[in-house]
Design a protein around this ligand. Sequence first.
Ligand SMILES: *[C@@H]1O[C@H](CO)[C@@H](O)[C@H](O)[C@H]1NC(C)=O
Ligand SMILES: *[C@@H]1O[C@H](CO)[C@@H](O)[C@H](O)[C@H]1NC(C)=O
Ligand SMILES: *[C@@H]1O[C@H](CO)[C@@H](O)[C@H](O)[C@H]1NC(C)=O
Ligand SMILES: *[C@@H]1O[C@H](CO)[C@@H](O)[C@H](O)[C@H]1NC(C)=O
Ligand SMILES: *[C@@H]1O[C@H](CO)[C@@H](O)[C@H](O)[C@H]1NC(C)=O
Ligand SMILES: *[C@@H]1O[C@H](CO)[C@@H](O)[C@H](O)[C@H]1NC(C)=O
Length: 396
Amino acid sequence: MAGSLKTMKRHSYALNAILLVISMIYEAGGLRTTQLQITPRVAQKGKNVTMACIYQNHDYGVYSVKWYKGAQEFYRYSPLESPTTRVTPVSGIKIDRLRSNETHVVLIRVGSSLSGNYSCEVIQNAPSYPHSISTARLDVVGIGGLRAIELRISPPVVQRGSDATLACLYELTDAPLYSVKWYRGRHEFYRYSPTETPATKIFPFAGINVDLARSNQSQVVLTRVSFGLSGNFSCEVTADAPSFATSIVSNTMEVVVLPPSSPSIHTSQHHYTPGDVMRANCSAGPSRPPAELAIFINDLPVTPGMYQVHPAAEGLFRSELYVQVQLWPAHYERGAPILRCEAKVADLYRDDSAVALYSANNDPKIERVTSPGAASHLHLCQFLLIATVLVWANNT
Ligand SMILES: *[C@@H]1O[C@H](CO)[C@@H](O)[C@H](O)[C@H]1NC(C)=O
Ligand SMILES: *[C@@H]1O[C@H](CO)[C@@H](O)[C@H](O)[C@H]1NC(C)=O
Ligand SMILES: *[C@@H]1O[C@H](CO)[C@@H](O)[C@H](O)[C@H]1NC(C)=O
Ligand SMILES: *[C@@H]1O[C@H](CO)[C@@H](O)[C@H](O)[C@H]1NC(C)=O
Ligand SMILES: *[C@@H]1O[C@H](CO)[C@@H](O)[C@H](O)[C@H]1NC(C)=O
Ligand SMILES: *[C@@H]1O[C@H](CO)[C@@H](O)[C@H](O)[C@H]1NC(C)=O
């Protein structure tokens, strides 16, 4: 009996020693234990939310507890001041002052604008005012605990014939999922309902091929996408009983075709000399949407002239840019000016072609190998130019 009492005492000494060490660690590092708890973390619109700042009370006591939404302070508790609590207006925040105190803040009837990060900062009354801060997130969702957030299409612009993934991002609390329905325009083409077997259902729609293996409750994968699918897609999320609340989001899918080849450049003459007016046009396509075009001389942009879009087969377009520029000696400072045309389609495609604008009389040896035309000519010309110079060097 006496022996076991001794053992217990020894244990309790050891425990006290451990607690002492722990409390010394806390003292040395200031308020390490602060923690912000938000209840509920995902709140329905219109409900009250309680935020608790849990911290250790020290001998010196607390100097103040500050509450922030993002970086904006909205509430402060300072026991040495009078009144001890102070509310700083922040748009959308309504505080229940009677139920808020040194550790708790109660927000009344939260709106969706109150979703975000909240922090509580505890400042101790000790000489150096040690402080600690803790952050937590509040999400405010629609009635029924359901909010569809976004229909995300990836890639954002889809090439005809390739695959597209449509993801429905939603938040659902307080209720299980009843169904997710997918629409092209007003036509439903895919449904996921976990309570049914099978859980997935496809409704035929011309041009839509659903890859079932890669589709589930949050996404649907379309394969071999055609032009006809450009347009409005929606996903509608429904919560289970009793609310059967629904929420819908939409997004527009753009299906594109990229130009099959580099843009082509046509110049009005075969040769130019400084002082000449050069007329050139650049065309690209067929594509959809039509390619944007830009022309450069020695990599400096040329003021664009007429830009035209012509319809082509299969709903595609050819685009053409026409420019007119007077050539100056400055253009020839580093040899023949380089005329370059750049074609772009959305962020998906960028290609260019270039030609050298050789002069007919300045350098007769170059004249023999010049010709107007496309990019490949430039490389050929450069090669022949080098060859000509070598021959000329050998002859002298
Ligand atoms: C929210 O707080 C307000 C103000 O204290 C109160 O009138 C209301 O009943 C509360 N609502 C809920 C759902 O607790
Ligand atoms: C502070 O308010 C919360 C909720 O309103 C309450 O649960 C808690 O007991 C209060 N604390 C003190 C020290 O009054
Ligand atoms: C909220 O905090 C998280 C995690 O610290 C951060 O990733 C996010 O960007 C913050 N959001 C805002 C709106 O500040
Ligand atoms: C749906 O499928 C995608 C791709 O296979 C996967 O990344 C995602 O986690 C799935 N979502 C659910 C809720 O199962
Ligand atoms: C897309 O379809 C949804 C549902 O039919 C509709 O509410 C929305 O206005 C449409 N959006 C556009 C841009 O047509
Ligand atoms: C563009 O160049 C081609 C070939 O020289 C020519 O047939 C066409 O008419 C030109 N277009 C314009 C708008 O000048």
